[in-house]
Design a protein. Structure first.
Length: 366
């Protein structure tokens, strides 16, 4: 619409017209062709369809017949003659007689179709005039036009009420309709929906939560995408100021230069597989008291850790819940299965062999 919350010059003009009750009017082009009429008895203008054609004299004849015959219909013009005048060509070419066609079945107010006879004054200016009168009646809602020419407050109020009802109803209808497919495929089951997909990692939420609490700051959720890589753990140690002298010496002993270490910690260059291997080897020799020094800084209270490299081993990091850890595989073929199928990562203490299948490897979310 031209009248919206963000007003353009056109919107300002439209709003101004509405507030002054001058924004709506009967289509002037229609008025040119059908004329103007404000009551059953009057036709202030007949329009081009009548005035510029052979219908002009016929229409004036119909009006004269009504004036002569009504109300007695016996003195000058009888009712049968008048009914013939207003139905010329009704069953053949009604347009040439200014008559309603045989299909005219207006049954709503004011129900002209069922009473288009000599008893109804609306017939005195012919069928074409009905369009002009109907246009006027639409704007003359609650007789607003007759009380104040050009005012149509009730019409505008009714229009705005209808528009508001449509807008509010559509919101509810769309919400109900969209609810049928809302988040369709996002959650595979009610557990995922309730927990925000936490059960997609582990259904043993209690013990999994306890393991997470015990791990302290050993897991950086901001870099969870690379969880499990030695370089990820190294960055976590740096973030928490846990790179002790023992860790530094272990890294140097694993042939990692200071320059390489600075580049890795500063994300200046990508960590190579060889560097990952060297970092893992360095973590493997952090034992005993050296390990305790790092774990204290990480606030890690996980029981059973033997070396710093164990923080990269889910079995060691989640000693109570590792058997419940799962990995989702998206169901791309449909069928009765849910949108995601969860495979346990560990079976009988070892890696699940099903995860090595092509189907699982192609659909595993990493």
């Amino acid at each position: 619409m031209s009248d919206t919350g963000k007003q353009s010059p056109l919107g300002v003009n439209t709003l101004s017209s509405l507030l002054q009750n001058i924004g709506f009017n009967i289509n002037p082009i229609m008025v040119t062709f059908t004329g103007s009429s404000t009551s059953n008895s009057s036709a202030t203008a007949l329009g081009k369809i009548v005035n510029d054609t052979c219908l002009r004299l016929l229409t004036y004849s119909i009006n004269d017949a009504w004036a002569r015959g009504s109300p007695g219909w016996a003195t000058n013009i009888n009712s049968a003659t008048y009914n013939n005048l207003i139905s010329i060509g009704a069953n053949t070419i009604p347009a040439l007689g200014n008559s309603p066609p045989s299909t005219f079945d207006w049954t709503g107010y004011p129900n002209w179709a069922s009473n288009y006879t000599y008893t109804n004054e609306v017939t005195r200016w012919g069928y074409v005039r009905l369009f002009a009168l109907q246009g006027y009646n639409e704007f003359n809602y609650n007789s607003g036009l007759s009380a104040d020419s050009g005012a149509y407050k009730d019409f505008l109020s009714g229009f705005m009420s209808s528009y508001s009802f449509i807008e509010s109803s559509n919101d509810a209808i769309l919400a109900v309709n969209n609810s049928q497919e809302f988040l369709d495929g996002t959650y595979s089951n009610m557990n995922d929906l309730i927990t925000g997909d936490i059960t997609g990692v582990s259904v043993a939420t209690t013990v999994f939560g306890q393991d997470l609490i015990a791990s302290g700051k050993a897991i950086n959720l901001q870099t969870i995408a690379t969880f499990g890589l030695p370089s990820n753990l190294l960055s976590t140690l740096q973030k928490n100021n846990c790179i002790t002298s023992s860790v530094s010496l272990a890294l140097i002993a694993s042939n990692i230069t200071v320059t390489e270490l600075e580049q890795m910690l500063g994300n200046i260059s990508a960590v190579t597989k060889e560097q990952e291997r060297k970092i893992y080897g360095a973590f493997g020799i952090i034992l005993g008291q050296d390990l305790k020094d790092v774990l204290v800084s990480l606030n890690c209270k996980t029981v059973g850790l033997e070396s710093l490299a164990d923080l990269l081993n889910p079995i060691k990091l989640f000693p109570n819940s590792y058997a419940s850890l799962t990995v989702p595989v998206y169901n791309t073929v449909g069928g009765p299965a849910n949108s995601k199928i969860y495979y346990p990562i560990y079976v009988n203490g070892g890696l699940n062999s099903q995860l090595r299948s092509p189907t699982a490897q192609n659909g595993v979310v990493i």
